[in-house]
Design a protein around this ligand. Structure first.
Ligand code: NAI
Ligand code: AKG
Length: 411
């Protein structure tokens, strides 16, 4: 099942549980606006290449639309649509005053030079600048993009609209970025994991973790788990995978990755087949890369007792069913990875206030938001006798549905 069908299915199930009016259900399912633009890039060698850029703005009932921009060869309109919808429920679960959006360009960033990436980002921004804005739609980084990408968007947007730091989040600190935003998604994953484990009378210290993806989210999550005494026993990325049943020294692995560009040949761990990462022996599995990685082919072989969905939609509905039957507890993406957009909200607030918070305040507030959302989700699980995914979906969908009906339908 593709990402959009799976997301729609979860939404419809939540809508049934909540008994939503059919008019509201239909309106929440259809995106507010879908943008598809051609981005022609003059390459360094003088040739021209066309890429397709997308921005799907799903819903704005609770505030400006918010969500990342992804540069990846598999970016397609259905997936961006699903990711935009997930952002609507995620911002509502976190209870931050936003709707949901997502964007992307179907490209392979590692095959482009820095100046090609800059030109591509500027062309994309020229095509969408009238449809984004501080109070309309606020992009942020996602897979394949980073603070530098946001700086280019900010600069290009500002040529049309005047200097507007709050038009993007996840910016470099020197341009009004928030302290703590770079680590925020991984840190939020760790706060979410702590909240879940505490419910089960457990803590991070001494538990074993397997992590798929070692980019922004995966490396920060691994590093903070390691810092708290968690044993990260396996890590993979696009270049390969490593394992050590005694726990990998994550600080050393990050240094090795920075120096060599790959995980392989790291002294403190053995090489393993990256395809085995998701079924590796561990207590907690944390997918931090692509969607749909847990499916009917591999779900039955998962050894972990807990799955923390740091990636967006890593578990397809078949896998969800298989894992639930096996007694695996899944902490869903629209909660588990909400730390990033929560600190994006803090960044936007700081830009609007013109006042910078210190990192301690950012992290304290992030913990407060993540803990509150966990208890709100548990409340929905109890009220509706459902699992954590449906607890999170009903929480988010209900908040958006209430805002939608309060705003009314008159043209
Ligand atoms: N960056 C953020 O603030 C947020 C990111 N997310 C989600 O987290 C996930 C990761 O995002 P980032 O860390 O920002 O991206 P990133 O681009 O920094 O890192 C992605 C990582 O995934 C690895 N990867 C790619 N294909 C792989 C494969 N087939 N097997 C194993 N590893 C593979 C890459 O090598 C890289 O280490 C995505 O699903 C994204 O949507 C969710 C919330 C916020
Ligand atoms: O920080 C943001 O605005 C969005 C992050 C994002 O794309 C996500 O949570 O999937």
């Amino acid at each position: 099942m593709n990402a959009l069908a799976a997301t729609n299915r979860n939404f419809r199930q939540a809508s049934r549980i909540l008994g939503l009016d059919s008019k509201i259900e239909k309106s929440l399912l259809i995106p507010f606006r879908e943008i598809k633009v051609e981005c022609t890039l003059p390459k360094d060698d003088g040739t021209l290449v066309s890429y397709i850029g997308f921005r799907v703005q799903h819903d704005n009932a609770r505030g400006p639309m918010k969500g990342g921009i992804r540069y990846h060869p598999e970016v397609d309109p259905d997936e961006v649509n699903a990711l935009a919808q997930l952002m609507t429920w995620k911002t509502a679960v976190a209870d931050i005053p936003y709707g949901g959006a997502k964007g992307g360009i179907g490209c392979t960033p590692k095959d482009l030079s820095t100046s090609e990436l800059e030109r591509l980002t500027r062309v994309f921004t020229q095509k969408i600048h009238d449809l984004i804005g501080v109070n309309t739609d606020v992009p942020a980084p996602d897979m394949g993009t980073n603070a530098q990408t946001m700086a280019w968007i900010l600069d290009e947007y500002s040529k049309f609209h005047g200097y507007s730091p709050a038009v993007v989040t996840g910016k470099p600190i020197d341009l009004g970025g928030s302290l703590g935003r770079e680590a925020a998604t991984g840190r939020g994953v760790v706060y979410a994991t702590e909240a879940l484990l505490a419910e089960h009378g457990k803590s991070i210290k001494g538990l074993t973790f397997a992590i798929q993806g070692f980019g922004n989210v995966g490396s920060w999550a691994a590093s903070l788990l390691h810092e708290r005494g968690g044993k990260v026993v396996a890590v993979s990325d696009i270049t390969g995978a490593v394992k050590n049943s005694n726990g990998i020294d994550i600080t050393a692995l990050i240094q090795h990755k920075e120096a060599t560009g790959k995980l392989a040949d790291f002294n403190g761990a053995d090489a393993m087949d990256a395809n085995d990462l998701l079924t590796h022996e561990c207590d907690v599995l944390i997918p931090c890369a692509l969607g749909g990685v847990l499916n009917r082919e591999n779900a039955g072989d998962v050894k972990a007792k807990f799955i923390i969905e740091a990636a967006n939609h890593p578990t397809d509905p078949d896998a969800d069913e298989i894992l639930t039957k096996k007694g695996v507890t899944i902490l869903p993406d629209i909660y588990a990875n909400a730390g990033g957009v929560t600190v994006s909200y803090f960044e936007w607030v700081q830009n609007i206030q013109g006042f910078m918070w210190d990192e301690e305040k950012v992290n304290q507030e992030l913990k407060r938001y993540m803990t509150r959302a966990f208890h709100n989700i548990k409340g929905m699980c109890h009220s509706h006798n459902c699992n954590l995914r449906m607890g999170a979906f009903t929480l988010g969908v209900n908040r958006v549905a209430r805002a939608t009906s309060l705003r009314g339908w008159e043209a």
